[in-house]
Ligand binder design. Sequence first.
Ligand SMILES: Nc1ncnc2c1ncn2[C@@H]1O[C@H](COP(=O)(O)OP(=O)(O)O)[C@@H](O)[C@H]1O
Ligand SMILES: [Mg+2]
Length: 232
Amino acid sequence: MALLTCENVSVGYEGKPVAEAITFAVNPKDYLCIVGENGSGKTTLMRTILGLLPPLSGKMTLEEGVRHHIGYLPQQSPVQRDFPASVREVVLSGCLSRGRGPFFTRAQKALADKNIARLNITKIANHCYRELSGGQQQRVLLARALCAADKMLLLDEPAAGLDPQITQEMYDLIGDLNQSGLTIIMITHDVGAAIRNASHILHVSRTPLYFGESEGYAQSPLGSAFLKEANP
Ligand SMILES: Nc1ncnc2c1ncn2[C@@H]1O[C@H](COP(=O)(O)OP(=O)(O)O)[C@@H](O)[C@H]1O
Ligand SMILES: [Mg+2]
């Protein structure tokens, strides 16, 4: 059964749609990239999937129980980059969604340390988050998101502002996580990387949109036009 299905969904703010007629499904272990022009509604759609915004119309269904197993890496803002906490504290805060009491349990601390090791940031676990490079900060936030996720990981432009080598490392990491069984939904403006890495692509635009396997995207009218725009 699909983890997430959207049928003819419109998303937007205060009754005004920014993207309409969105239909797609995400199955376990899929790697979906969401692409589209700036301002086309990609972040708005992701926030709607997370339940932070209601869909304006249409039907969005998450498989039962999945809501509590979604990790989210938001689009970065300068304020978040300046967060005055240690790496370990930032990662541990990802366990908050699972917690009940006021203190972190031993199991939550173990989970944070496991994800710190998984992302190869053990050596900087006691460093202050705001003193790290952009690539290190993204690893920390990915480890944080993994504390919340064991089913689905939602990433909004995780490589924005990173240099090409660090970007590639980030994509490799995300690919490894997908190989290990995690379902990925990632927003990116890097169409080439989306086609190389993802199993499926959703192009959000004024209708008609594209949804299907990555292989077919470059040949589709929307995909070929968008690729030409990206690589003139
Ligand atoms: N909180 C908000 N209230 C009203 N409109 C918003 C809000 N956030 C974004 N928008 C508008 O919604 C549109 C889609 O934005 P967004 O989903 O962030 O696009 P994308 O992520 O594809 O660049 C834009 O026109 C943007 O100005
Ligand atoms: Mg966005």
